[in-house]
Design a protein around this ligand. Structure first.
Ligand SMILES: Cc1cc2nc3c(=O)[nH]c(=O)nc-3n(C[C@H](O)[C@H](O)[C@H](O)COP(=O)(O)OP(=O)(O)OC[C@H]3O[C@@H](n4cnc5c(N)ncnc54)[C@H](O)[C@@H]3O)c2cc1C
Length: 391
């Protein structure tokens, strides 16, 4: 039986584990966090991505987690509506919270996959017929193949390819949950000050709200494991911000699910070397608006399908890259301006952006946007691979 080690139990890792375990591979997933990381903004699915969920047999279950998000209102400092964004622009054909998606993928894989939480790979030694893997805590072991699905700051990428593939876009993003203090009902509020974006939404769970922030900043030096430091950085950037932001910052102090990251892209000349491949954000992170979650799942499907249908990892890795690269490159290009659009630098630019929102919200435009977004979600044809043996 072919043994595969996947680093990262975010979205890409469990998606790949889903397919490989059903194709008869012996799969281990190692995740550095002590459990599933269930936070993050809602993610939307369209086009091919919906067909994929159906093929995975999880579409109905996913629908039960639909946020059913309604319109989002852009507000001024007094909370008055400036503009209204229809949900079709942001919420796709199906929108679910990242944490719910992560839970669905885990539940559908945990029985056939060896999940190891609280550990990580520290060395990869590729040999002719296997990769000898050293872990921080576990005993070293050989695997036939290793896949880095460990996100934007991938450890596998660093070990197998070195540093230097990250391109910073000049913004940071943060997300956390808090009590629904604004009393939102399947709705969101968006507030801007120059270089700062705030989004508060509440959908499926009326008691909770999700806060998403994007702010402009030169590159920051901070410890990615130090949440207190990240909270301080956010408080410094949002300290003088109006609307309900002081209240949000008080809630941030109490949050235990903070997600904090630079808006960056990963640009790599190739996604595999020998028996080691990269998947998802580790390979092609495009930033917000680049359909990162949908592509992670499509990439997992394609990588597993090529492995099982070719039976040769070198051919499979090349075919997987050939299938995924054009679409992920295009969507990353599209997303390069996301920071500037979400958090314009001046009041005049915020007003101009709001005018764009108003234009986009007009009825003929929402149809067009939906069509364009659907195009972005597609990689071409969803290839047919070997039918599942055990489900
Ligand atoms: C907690 C969390 C919240 C997020 N929230 C947002 C959001 O609000 N907005 C947004 O645009 N994107 C967010 N993302 C990123 C988003 O999930 C991805 O862009 C997309 O879903 C692609 O998924 P991925 O599996 O490639 O990467 P990710 O979802 O980032 O998953 C990577 C996984 O690998 C783990 N990991 C990292 N390094 C190592 C290592 N060395 N060894 C083992 N495991 C490792 C991480 O803990 C994580 O579980 C979030 C990611 C996480 C982990």
């Amino acid at each position: 039986m072919t043994t595969v080690l996947i680093s990262g139990a975010g979205i890409a890792g469990p998606s790949l584990a889903f397919w490989l375990s059903r194709y008869g591979y012996d799969v281990t997933v190692v995740e550095q966090a002590r459990g599933l990381r269930a936070s993050g903004a809602a993610v939307d699915f369209r086009g091919d991505q919906m067909a994929l969920l159906e093929r995975m047999g999880i579409l109905a279950e996913m629908r039960s987690y639909d946020t059913a998000m309604g319109d989002q209102l852009i507000v001024d400092a007094a909370g008055r509506q400036v503009s209204r964004l229809p949900s079709v622009i942001f919420s796709g054909e199906l929108e679910i919270e990242r944490g719910d998606l992560s839970g669905v993928l885990y539940r559908h894989t945990k029985d056939g996959v060896d999940y190891v939480f609280g550990d990580r790979i520290t060395a990869l030694d590729e040999q002719a017929d296997s990769v000898y893997v050293t872990f921080e805590h576990r005993r070293a072991r050989r695997f036939d193949l290793v896949v880095g699905a460990d996100g934007q700051h991938s450890g596998v990428r660093r070990l197998a390819f070195g540093d230097g593939f990250q391109v910073d876009l000049g913004y940071y993003t943060a997300g956390f949950s808090m009590p629904n203090v604004l009393g939102l009902d399947h709705s969101a509020r968006i507030y801007n000050e120059p270089g700062r974006y705030v989004n508060v939404s509440s959908a499926r769970n009326p008691r909770r709200a999700a806060v998403s922030l994007v702010f402009a900043s030169p590159e920051l030096a901070y410890d990615r494991r130090d949440l207190a430091e990240q909270k301080r950085i956010i408080a410094e950037h949002y300290g003088a911000t109006g609307w309900v932001v002081p209240q949000l910052l008080r809630e941030l102090e109490k949050a235990d699910d903070l997600y904090f990251a630079s808006l960056s892209q990963i640009q790599m000349p190739r996604w595999s070397t020998g028996r080691i491949a990269l998947l998802g954000d580790a390979a092609w992170c495009g930033g917000p608006g680049a359909s990162g979650t949908g592509y992670a799942m499509l990439g997992a499907y394609t990588l597993a399908g090529e492995l099982v249908s070719t039976g040769d990892h070198a051919v499979a890795f090349a075919r997987y890259e050939e299938a995924m690269r054009p679409a992920t490159t295009k969507s990353a290009k599209f997303a390069t301006g996301a920071g500037k659009f979400l958090a314009p630098a001046t009041e005049a630019k915020i007003r101009r952006r709001n005018r764009t929102y108003r234009f986009l919200s007009s009825r003929p435009m929402t149809g067009l946007i939906n069509k364009l977004a659907k195009g972005h979600a597609n990689t071409g044809d969803l290839a047919d691979y070997q039918p599942l043996t055990t489900v």
